[in-house]
Ligand binder design. Structure first.
Ligand code: GNR
Ligand code: NI
Length: 172
């Protein structure tokens, strides 16, 4: 498994719409494993393939690593089948938007389907952090960042902060 660097905004690749996976084969499983390794290394709870520069509809997640045990999950070609009218506000962050946290409002519950790492179709209802994270990751597949859910003012402040942090890290 290989840790791959995570792309950060405003890299234009993050705006790409990712392509459906045709066959769940060893190449896709290798991609998912690399994504998990990269996600754990960056201390995130989710990652979309585009965040390591691969425009394929693959998401990995591990929401409860608290006790040191890893419970990795892989979601391939996910689709939302239903979303509740009720919404929840959750403070979100993103490995591609480092050190910025803002409230985002999304449907509280969703019903979704996807393929697992063996290509088997799974359908599940999600709420809480799983619902939030799945929607955040599925946004990545459409080229959308959580910043795009904020007001223009909040978004431009966040992008400025990000640009400044990048300048300090890598002085030109
Ligand atoms: O690590 C992450 N934490 C997080 C917290 C609240 C809502 C969404 C997330 S996802 C994020 C990792 C990431 O950038 N995934 O795309
Ligand atoms: Ni993200």
């Amino acid at each position: 498994m290989t840790i791959r660097p995570i792309i950060t905004a405003p890299d234009p690749r993050l705006k790409a719409v990712s392509k459906p996976v045709e066959i769940v084969d060893d190449d896709i499983r290798k991609l998912a494993d690399d994504m998990l390794e990269s996600m754990y290394a960056a201390e995130g709870i989710g990652l979309a393939a585009i965040q390591i520069g691969v425009p394929s509809r693959v998401i990995v997640m591990d929401l409860d690593q608290k006790d040191g045990k890893r419970r990795p999950r892989v979601f391939i070609n996910p689709k939302i089948l239903w979303a509740s009218d009720e919404t929840t506000i959750c403070q979100e962050g993103c490995l591609s938007v480092p050190d910025i946290w803002e409230d985002v409002e999304r449907p509280s519950k969703i019903r979704a389907e996807w393929l697992d790492r063996n290509g088997k179709r799974v359908e599940e209802e999600a709420e809480g952090l799983l619902a939030t994270c799945l929607q955040h990751e599925m946004d990545h597949l459409e080229g959308i960042l959580f910043l795009d859910h904020l007001s223009r003012l909040k978004r431009s402040i966040a992008l400025r902060k990000l640009a400044k942090a990048k300048r300090l890290k890598e002085p030109a």
